[in-house]
Design a protein around this ligand. Sequence first.
Ligand code: S3P
Length: 429
Amino acid sequence: METVVKPVENVEGRIRVPGDKSISHRALLFSSLTEGSVEIEGLLEAGDTVSTMNCLKALGVEIEKDAEKITVKGKGLRGFKEPENVLDAGNSGTTARLLAGLLAGQPFHSTLTGDSSLRKRPMQRVIEPLRQMGAFINGRNNGELLPLSIRGYDLLPVNYSLPVPSAQVKSALLIAALYSRGTSEIIDRYGTRDHTERMLQYLGADIKKLGKYHIRLKSPVKLKGERLRIPGDISTAAFFIVAATLAPRGELYIEDVGINPSRTGILEVLQKMGAEIGILNRREYNSEPVADLLVKGGRRLKGTEISAEITPRVIDEIPALAVAALFAEGDTVIRGAAELRLKESDRLKSIFVELQKMGALVRELPDGLVIRGGAKLTGARCESHGDHRIAMALAIAALFAGSESVIDGSEAVQVSCPGFFELLNGVAS
Ligand code: S3P
């Protein structure tokens, strides 16, 4: 599908973005592990979370939906059934990797696959420690690639220091650790997103953070919950924050955004660049911090440096930040972001190739990008590379080009924000 995006001068209004994708996956998965029913409000209903829902249904979980909420009838840790068919994680790395952790603890056989993008993404990072815990896992290239065939078992506790900055790997191991008897210890020296730790604790798991990097989980325990509320996704809000900041006029109020500190690198980087973003009405939903954001337009931004210390906290927002950097004064240098090559597309390459079509001056580094600020973009025909965040980044860049642009493959936005273009048209003029 192609979408035409016209230049604008004003981004103004009040919006709510769809539910946080990371928290939504976890809400579905962890609710299904509880004894009882959990009502989930604000769940993201998009391609990726539908993949998680369908896989859970295939494992025997009942999920009901009404106008206000989704109800998951928990199976407890041991109530899942052997799936009759292959489990399809679609485009969703979080579904595949977190589910691998869950399947590693099940006393039955299952096969897990995904779409052509997910079948290229690395699985060894999660398979290797799950094998150490006692699961039998095979896959293409010795378990590096989907489809994976998993035969779970009683697992051993894990003692593992993450070799790559991946919340998905950390989460898969924490889920698998629920199926062991004893104490598991995980070191996450990168400080990746901690939604799993927060939600498992909220649902009654014996999980503690010891110092900054060290997580300890004792099992077995029974999980129990009644209600979960999902805030808006800061990674989706990021595109609107950048649009509102770059617009010559207007002011955008974004209600109900998750501001977990492991995700707010985008606010810190943009504020350092000169954006004016107010964080209002701070509150908490099931141990997750939430706020409303007020973003002022007409800001002059300065280029900045984004390095390895902050990249895990801003990893999904680099496409949005790359667009902000185009209009800043001076160069922006992004380093320590090689993980971006392993996302839904090779995002360093996608950004480099597509923004140049609009006339941007961008240089590709092995682990990052150098973006020349002060660009005068011209409208162009661009391609999403089947990647939701690339489609959204291109749409924001196109708002500030000299003429209209066309984004091919724009249906990719369905993965995390199905109403993205409607929401954008509602505030941008
Ligand atoms: C996610 C973790 C990150 C992130 C992805 C969602 C999660 O991936 O990029 O969009 O929900 O745990 P990695 O674990 O590969 O870093």
